[in-house]
Design a protein around this ligand. Structure first.
Ligand SMILES: Cc1cc2nc3c(=O)[nH]c(=O)nc-3n(C[C@H](O)[C@H](O)[C@H](O)COP(=O)(O)O)c2cc1C
Length: 163
């Protein structure tokens, strides 16, 4: 059994919705248990016990929100990320609004903590996911399959690893 936790920030609910779809994708894979927390409500003991962690954020000025960066920096020592599998996703308002930059920053944080990171990958065909999934807040429903597929791929990869 692999346990995967999603940790997200969300002010107006879009990233929270994306996180819920990723959780559905994770749970569609056998022998995977998934939990989903906002950073404000995160149970750090549960996070520390996970095999994999996926971070998600809205895009603010082509970056992650300052509040989430502050939260990650202040909790880094207690997250227990080292040696685990990490992933990241983002939402944005505009096409080319910086969602991929946000994901890169989240993945960089995970790498600094000693995680191995997974993107979702292009080798599985459509939907192509290079760094992680990004959804647009104006029509987030159209990205449901993308987020669910990412969750499924992440969980499938995680179950094959002995990290
Ligand atoms: C302060 C602020 C800055 C933002 N900057 C960007 C931006 O640079 N690019 C973009 O595409 N959207 C930007 N947005 C829009 C949000 O990224 C987008 O609506 C997101 O999906 C909101 O997520 P949430 O509903 O989970 O809070 C910004 C929103 C706020 C409040």
């Amino acid at each position: 059994m692999k346990h995967i936790v999603i940790l997200y920030d969300s002010r107006t609910g879009t990233t929270k919705q994306a996180a819920a779809w990723i959780k559905e994708g994770l749970q569609s894979v056998d022998d995977v248990r998934a939990d989903c927390f906002s950073i404000q409500e995160a149970d750090l003991a549960v996070v520390r016990g996970a095999d994999g962690v996926i971070l998600g954020a809205p895009t603010y000025f082509a970056s992650l929100p300052g509040a989430m960066k502050t939260w990650l920096e202040s909790h880094a020592a207690g997250l227990g990320f080292a040696g685990k599998l990490g992933g990241a996703f983002a939402t944005e308002q505009y096409v080319h609004g910086g969602g991929e930059t946000t994901i890169q920053e989240l993945l960089t944080f995970e790498l600094c903590c000693g995680m191995a990171v997974y993107s979702g990958g292009s080798s599985f065909g459509t939907p192509i996911i290079h760094l992680g999934p990004v959804g647009l807040s104006g029509n987030i429903e159209e990205f449901r399959e993308l987020f669910e597929t990412y969750g499924k791929r992440f969980a499938t990869f995680c179950t094959k690893q002995s990290l």
